[in-house]
Design a protein around this ligand. Structure first.
Ligand code: HEC
Length: 134
């Protein structure tokens, strides 16, 4: 039997369609989490002009310049560790940013994979921050 090229194409098209849907949902999720946890300081566009920013001792970094400041490569894992807080963002420990990892782990306490869930949350947010680069 001749392979049915149309069936193959249709399958590919459907696969493509659903993968973009899934990806879109993940970006939406990242945006939702970013607006919930980060925008108050870093601003809706990530440029460090959130409503809380003027009241902090430290200047809130512009997250839309992370890629530019890292030789054109977005530092995904650095952003994830900055969110998680397991690595001090500032050497002298004068951290103004909340340690989100602790919070995420607390929120996911009842989940089966607490550690993984909070890590994925940081990843989804970090991937959303990647879309704010200019
Ligand atoms: C209470 C205000 C506040 C909130 C909320 C906040 N941040 Fe921050 N963030 C800061 C400040 C201030 C710094 C500068 C370093 C420090 O104080 O720890 C910083 C540093 C960072 C850095 C390191 C930037 C660099 O140049 O190395 C990243 C990445 C970051 N924040 C991402 C996030 C993300 C993502 C969220 C949401 C999950 C978030 N922040 C929530 C205030 C905040």
């Amino acid at each position: 039997m001749k392979p049915n090229i149309w069936a193959c194409l249709l399958t590919l098209l459907l696969l493509w369609f659903f993968s973009t849907l899934a990806w879109g949902a993940e970006v939406d999720q990242g945006q939702k989490l970013y607006l919930q946890y980060c925008s108050s300081c870093h601003g809706i566009d990530g440029r460090g002009n959130g409503t809380v920013a003027p009241y902090l001792k430290l200047k809130v970094p512009d997250l839309s310049l992370l890629k530019k400041n890292h030789k054109g490569i977005y530092p995904l894992s650095d952003v994830m560790t900055a969110i998680d807080g397991s690595r001090a963002v500032r050497a002298h420990g004068d951290r103004q940013m909340p340690v989100w990892g602790e919070q995420f782990r607390k929120e996911a306490e009842k989940e089966k994979y607490t550690e993984l869930t909070s890590l994925l949350k940081a990843k989804v947010i970090a991937e959303y921050v990647a879309t704010l680069q200019r």
